[in-house]
Ligand binder design. Structure first.
Ligand code: ADP
Ligand code: MG
Length: 698
């Protein structure tokens, strides 16, 4: 049982009318097991059924109640039979359209009948219509009353109808009227005061049953004070949950990896360059963490090319010199293999051969690798998710390094730590990301992690020149490719998503490769896209890396981390369709060697104002943090991070983009709650996150 549940026993939904075992099971899929859960299952939208709208005042997109008299009802045969009923209320006329109907319906809707209906309005050849409206025939002695509040529309699950949820939430509200004290206001009084929030009682009643005069558009945009209050509370709960995870991690024990310097010192000495100050600082931060006997949970944010690999190798060596093993995990085979090569190169002088573990290995090879990992002969292991399959047993794993964290959420971090746990000891975790985000946001979404920032690029890099050109100048771009390759350089050509379909994107890449080959017959052109088998993809990448190919035509599969220093030109098609962060990542594929590099952002006219400012931002700066800042400004964090990429679990009412302004206040409130009202922590997490994260196990 969840510890936060112990003590209080909120009543089960089974106590409500209409909830048997089957309905209870379905509600559980929505995270609803108690009556309070039901009160915090919030409407996604609202409908206004509190009054009828004159037909003449309807607008497409409205959901409205309309009342009128039937002028004509007929069955029409177009591609299939449909029932069409024309009604009028004196202000205008509209059509009710039914594709599924029966004979009785046609009779009911006979000319002269009075009908009241509710549905979504659209226009068809200038005429308003509703498809499959809810409707009823109105008689003189009808005691129908319009709804006395806006109608909530709840998120559903299979087997539970809107009607059912409305009845249940009504019962929950009634229950609450009688048991006010059982659901307490979990926000500290001074927070409610300083933010001028309505009380929890007003809030809950309001969001479930807004009065007829409530501002629907304010509600729909979730900016009503009641909703703001709930969003604040939810973000606070998320923040507290991450901080609790962090506190829990600090209670776990880990091997303290004392840095003897036996390997790390000669490693640093043998480097052909001096680490940047930022690299040095981050290496020290990591070394200090690793020397403690509870697990490190550190995120290293560093722009493309800032030299994160060096930091990773250094950390791995500290684990090895302490007599332990380190595992390095990357999200794809291509990236994992690249790490393998890098580690091999850096570690060769010390007689350490990194072990390789991938899902695609031959079984004999894999068996041998598994053996060396289990015996401890393998000190550093590099691979993909295959590293953490059931049959992989480490002898003394003490450090897990995860590259490209932005594909990783809090759940995966936890799962990985659990898998690495052995003899009561958890591995240290080092997470590296090339998608830096600004501090206020990092504080919220990575509150379970310590953050380090590599905010400096190695010296001597020639900045990438970025040019923005219309695709009407494609021929000139092709000439650029010819001359770059004549100078012995290599080129990327990236085909981006034109339609929302991977298949079409791949076809575009295939076509482009063919066209380029025709235009540049002397050049060796390779193609890689998402629909190719993994092994084929890898083979092509290998050829390109080794210089056997001049041009690589690719879909956005090459976005992350691929490192071919000889490539000095990248062309990105339909650049106006991509986000800033993604363009910056793509651009980072060049500028990795000493040669001056160029990034051509090709767009298809006309450019929207937003697209224009995005492309301008890239032309103006090469700084990943600055670009992240502008990206957030232009698109908001919801878009930029996506839910999977944040540390947050699924949000019910808050939205990072819209609610970003409250994050500093939320962080302050979290601090207050932890210091002065710590009894609120568990109930807040229970209310908003419930069992989404299983603390008991961590
Ligand atoms: P990223 O942070 O994008 O993973 P890498 O670790 O791949 O960056 O480093 C990019 C390149 O910079 C590599 O070729 C690496 O050897 C080189 N490099 C790393 N640190 C330094 C440094 N301090 N001085 C010069 N070159 C460096
Ligand atoms: Mg990297």
């Amino acid at each position: 049982m969840n510890p936060s549940r112990a003590g209080s026993h909120p009543p089960s939904i089974r106590e409500l009318k209409g909830v048997g075992p089957q309905v209870a099971e379905r509600l559980a899929r929505l995270g609803i097991t108690t009556i309070p859960d039901l009160l915090f299952h919030l409407p996604a939208r609202y409908q206004d059924r509190t009054r009828s709208v004159p037909i003449g005042a309807l607008r497409a997109g409205d959901s409205a109640v309309v009342q009128g008299e039937v002028l004509l009802t007929e069955i029409k045969f177009a591609r299939r039979a449909m029932l069409l009923s024309r009604i009028s209320d004196g202000t205008g006329s509209m059509t009710l359209r039914f594709y599924h109907f029966n004979a009785r319906q046609k009779e009911q809707l006979a000319r002269g009948a009075r009908v009241r209906c509710f549905g979504d309005v659209r226009t068809n050849q200038g005429m308003p219509e509703m498809i499959h409206p809810e409707y009823r025939i109105v008689t003189d002695d009808d005691d129908y009353q319009h709804a006395d509040h806006l109608t909530p529309i709840y998120p559903l699950t299979e087997g539970i109808s809107q009607y059912q949820l409305r009845r249940l939430s009504q019962q929950a509200l009634d229950w609450w009227q009688k048991n006010h004290s059982t659901i307490s206001d979990l926000l500290p009084v001074d927070v409610v005061k300083s933010q001028q929030f309505p009380s929890l009682g007003e809030t809950i009643q309001f969001v479930h049953r807004p009065p007829p005069d409530a501002d629907v558009s304010l509600l729909e945009s979730k900016r009503h004070p009641s909703q703001v209050r709930l969003a604040f509370e939810e973000l606070l709960a998320q923040q507290l949950s991450l901080r609790r995870l962090r506190a829990t991690a600090q209670q776990l024990s880990s091997r303290a990896l004392t840095a003897t310097g036996e390997l790390t010192a000669p490693f640093l000495k043998a480097l052909p360059f001096t680490p940047t100050r930022a690299q040095q600082r981050v290496m020290e931060e990591i070394a200090a963490d690793l020397s403690k006997n509870h697990p490190m949970q550190r995120l290293v944010q560093g722009d493309v090319g800032s030299g994160k690999t060096l930091v990773a190798v250094h950390a791995a060596l500290q684990a090895v010199e302490a007599g332990c093993q380190a595992a390095v995990m990357a999200p794809t085979e291509i990236l994992a293999e690249q790490h393998l090569r890098n580690f091999e190169r850096w570690l060769a002088p010390f007689g350490i051969v990194p072990e390789w573990l991938s899902g695609r290995q031959k079984s004999t090879e894999r068996q041998r690798a598994l053996q060396r990992i289990a015996s401890g002969d393998a000190r550093i292991v590099v691979g993909t998710h295959a590293l953490f399959q059931e049959d992989v047993v480490f002898s003394e794993l003490a450090l897990v390094i995860i590259d490209e964290q932005h594909r990783f959420g809090v759940h995966q971090r936890l799962a990985l730590r659990q898998k690495g746990q052995r003899d009561g000891e958890s591995p240290h975790q080092l997470i590296m990301t090339a998608t830096p985000i600004p501090r206020t946001l990092a504080m919220s979404v990575y509150a379970d992690l310590d953050c380090s920032i590599i905010d400096e690029l190695p010296p001597g890099r020639t900045p990438i020149e970025t040019v923005v050109v219309s695709d009407s100048r494609r021929d000139q771009v092709v000439q650029r490719i010819r001359s770059a390759c004549k100078d012995g350089r290599q080129v990327y050509w990236v085909c981006t998503l034109i339609e929302e379909s991977e298949a079409l994107q791949c076809r575009a890449a295939v076509d482009t490769a063919a066209q380029l080959q025709e235009a540049l017959p002397d050049l060796r052109i390779a193609l890689v896209h998402g629909r190719m088998k993994g092994a084929d993809k890898d083979a092509v990448m290998k050829e390109f890396k080794s210089g056997e190919r001049d041009v690589l035509v690719a879909t956005t599969v090459i976005e992350v981390g691929v490192d071919v220093p000889n490539a000095s030109l990248i062309v990105i098609e339909n650049a106006e369709r991509l986000g800033l962060a993604q363009l910056h990542q793509l651009r980072g594929r060049v500028g990795r060697g000493a040669a001056a590099s160029v990034c051509v952002l090709m767009y298809h006219a006309p450019l929207s104002a937003l697209a224009r400012s995005r492309l301008a931002a890239l032309r103006e700066t090469n700084d990943g943090f600055e670009i992240a800042r502008r990206d957030l400004e232009l698109r908001g964090p919801g878009e930029v991070l996506g839910t999977r990429q944040t540390g947050l679990t699924q949000l019910r009412i808050a939205e990072l983009g819209r609610d970003q302004w409250m994050l500093p206040n939320v962080a302050n409130a979290a601090e207050r709650v932890l210091n002065e009202n710590s009894q609120l922590v568990a109930p807040l997490i229970e209310r908003w996150i419930g069992h989404a994260i299983e603390y008991g196990k961590v």
